[in-house]
Design a protein around this ligand. Structure first.
Ligand SMILES: Cc1cc2nc3c(=O)[nH]c(=O)nc-3n(C[C@H](O)[C@H](O)[C@H](O)COP(=O)(O)OP(=O)(O)OC[C@H]3O[C@@H](n4cnc5c(N)ncnc54)[C@H](O)[C@@H]3O)c2cc1C
Ligand code: SF4
Length: 597
């Protein structure tokens, strides 16, 4: 086992007097991929990132045992993480009037808030208004990829051609065949672990070594086969065999730190944008990064209406600057990208840049989650402990509804994420009765016998679910904030009811005793899989971008993150975000070389 410890490359000097080939806004999965592809193609790129560059290994401390931390991982006094009740009973802006000095999203409340307190935004500085929404934002180099859950799944033509399949919504302007070669490249370049299953609705990746399933998970897998369903080891965006071409990342050696939910992997076996994409791009000598740079406007050439750069404010000094570029790539994450487009009003683009269709901010979609099942695998009670959490994830049960048959009550589908077996901290200790030696024995005996899973379902894209700019509210830098007009509909509610029924049925079929079910839908936004505010399409009247994530209105403007997604599917989006960004940036570089932008 070799632990890679290569320091980050030295940054290039930022030169705002020069016109870069491209400016990229945001450094997460999408921005990182744009930087990688464009620099490989020979373009000189300036990346603007609103957050800081953190000494990330010191933040994550993945090897720290709970008892080595003075507060068992909790942030110091003065920090507060929003709860489910706060999100649902109150209305945004949630941190307004809070007596706490710092307020974080619910992710901080998972236990381990100290490890994410500098990565998640302080809700006090970043308000938003409108309908309830659990908005998780990470402002740091690498964005949310520093702490993402790494479930890395492909979409299929059940998703890209969903309207053809069931009549709802719109098809994407691409099919699986268009994106498949780019999924392959993402797999090879970044590494992914998993097992081939040959499913038409969940295409296989080019997998590295898979994680082992625990005893209860294997039992479920065998039982589900008889039901015509699949339980597969967690498809993790993690390199388990190592990546010879990347000197910044080690291979996973299963330390169990993934089990600490506000995750992060300080040896970078799990993909994160800085070590996976940005540092290699810096090594080309063609990437310059300016952190602490909050973009607030895509600047426009008044003569051509084309983008000419980006206006930004330094988060520390609050001074305003302009970055000049021949092409502008927006990759600030779905909601922030929509905000930036809407903020970029000019005589040429009075409704915001790229928004002649009026669709920017609309057709928002994501995943609904909450319902789940907990079970007890009785054969495991009293068995000696095994290292079940020394792996980047448990299992995934792909969608099984509305594939061949038609499910009454709702369209589309959902998958389950789950895990079973021993973990670093026995979760059952909280619920076990008793005290003293008998209590400890009871907790130990049952610690490896629990298995649980929760559903992630597709939220339908609807024009009437949208975000616009609040006319009054501003963030700490005086930039207008987003106002949400968004709520789940009947399809999502019916789907969630079915998750509980189907989850229970699968456990019972496997001989696993159901000890708890949760039928609560979590607040809108909880999945952190926000998508679709600047969707792709062939008709400029009903879509914002073409199939290469290029603005229909402004040919040198690209939006390469999840805002381009036409529908949410039920699969986690990050691998698709990166495959699409790769495809679009390759096209962009080709057009740039031909002088077409
Ligand atoms: C706890 C957690 C678990 C997750 N689990 C999974 C999972 O298992 N599977 C999965 O597929 N996805 C998962 N996700 C979601 C995944 O992280 C996102 O899909 C992915 O990071 C999106 O990439 P992005 O580049 O669009 O956005 P981000 O990664 O958020 O990056 C956007 C960047 O843009 C910057 N930015 C924003 N506004 C501006 C501005 N105005 N100017 C300059 N910069 C700006 C931000 O600071 C940020 O660094 C998870 C996320 C979290 C937080
Ligand atoms: S289990 Fe692997 S991916 Fe997860 S934190 Fe540990 S080394 Fe990183």
């Amino acid at each position: 086992m070799t632990l890679v410890k290569t320091p980050p490359p030295l940054s290039q000097e930022v030169d705002l007097s020069k016109t870069y080939d491209a400016v990229v806004v945001g450094s997460g999965a999408a921005g990182g991929m744009a930087a990688h592809v464009l620099t490989e193609q020979g373009m000189n790129v300036l990346m603007l990132e609103a957050g800081k560059k953190l000494p990330i290994e010191q933040e994550l401390r993945s090897m720290q045992w709970p008892y080595d931390h003075p507060r068992r991982g909790d942030a110091p006094p003065g920090y507060h993480s929003l709860s489910f009740n706060e999100y649902t009973i109150r209305t945004p802006p949630y941190a307004k009037g809070s007596t706490f000095k710092h307020v974080m999203s619910y992710v901080g409340g998972w236990g381990g808030s100290d490890y994410v307190k500098n990565i998640l935004v302080d809700e006090k500085d970043h308000p938003f208004t409108g309908t309830k929404y659990a908005w998780v934002r990470a402002r740091a180099l690498g964005g949310k990829t520093n702490i993402w859950g790494r479930l890395a799944l492909r979409l299929s033509d059940y998703d890209f051609k969903a309207k053809t399949h069931d009549g709802y919504g719109d098809d994407w302007p691409i099919s699986y065949a268009d994106i498949e070669p780019y999924y392959d490249r993402v797999d090879r370049y970044l590494g992914i672990s998993g097992v081939k299953e040959n499913l038409p609705h969940l295409p296989d990746s080019l997998f590295q070594r898979p994680n082992k399933l625990s005893f209860g998970e294997v039992r479920m897998r065998e039982s589900l086969k008889k039901m015509g369903r699949v339980l597969t080891p967690y498809r993790a965006g993690v390199t388990t065999d190592g990546l010879k071409h990347n000197k910044y990342r080690s291979k996973c050696y299963g330390r169990g730190a993934c089990d600490r939910r506000p995750g992060g992997c300080d040896i970078h076996a799990a993909f994160d944008s800085p070590t996976g994409l940005i540092y290699p791009a810096m090594d080309t000598g063609r990437l310059t990064i300016r952190t602490n740079s909050i973009a607030h406007e895509v600047l426009v050439d008044p003569n051509t209406g084309k983008a000419r750069g980006v206006g930004f404010v330094d988060s520390g000094t609050r001074k305003s600057y302009e970055a000049k570029a021949k092409v502008v790539i927006v990759a600030a994450s779905t909601l922030e990208s929509a905000r930036l487009l809407l903020l970029s009003r000019s005589p040429q683009h009075p409704n915001g840049i790229g928004n002649s269709s009026g669709h920017v901010g609309h057709n928002f979609c994501e995943h609904v989650m909450g319902p789940g099942v907990t079970g007890l695998v009785k054969d495991m009670i009293g068995k000696p402990p095994t290292l079940d959490d020394g792996r980047p994830g448990g299992f995934y049960i792909p969608r099984f509804r509305n594939l061949k048959e038609r499910q009454p009550g709702f369209v589309r589908g959902y998958g389950f994420e789950g895990s079973g077996g021993f973990s670093i901290f026995p979760g059952n200790a909280f619920g076990a009765a008793g005290f003293g030696a008998q209590f400890k024995k009871d907790v130990r005996d049952h610690a490896g016998a629990f298995i649980g899973m929760g559903g992630f379902g597709e939220v339908l894209a609807r024009y009437e679910n949208y975000m616009d700019l609040d006319p009054e509210e501003k963030d700490a830098w005086g930039i207008p904030t987003l106002r949400f007009h968004y709520q789940f509909g009947d399809n999502e509610k019916k789907m969630c009811e079915d998750m509980v029924v189907a989850g229970r049925e699968m456990f019972e079929q496997a001989g696993i005793e159901v000890v708890g079910t949760d039928d609560k839908m979590l607040t809108e936004g909880w999945s952190i899989h926000e998508l679709g505010t600047a969707r792709m399409g062939s008709d400029p009247k009903t879509s914002v971008l073409n199939q290469f994530q290029q603005s229909h209105d402004v040919k040198n403007l690209f939006v390469v993150d999840g805002s381009s997604h036409v529908s949410a599917s039920c699969q986690n989006p990050t691998w698709t975000i990166m495959a699409l960004a790769w495809r679009s940036c390759e096209y962009l570089a080709g057009e740039f070389k031909k002088g077409n932008l």
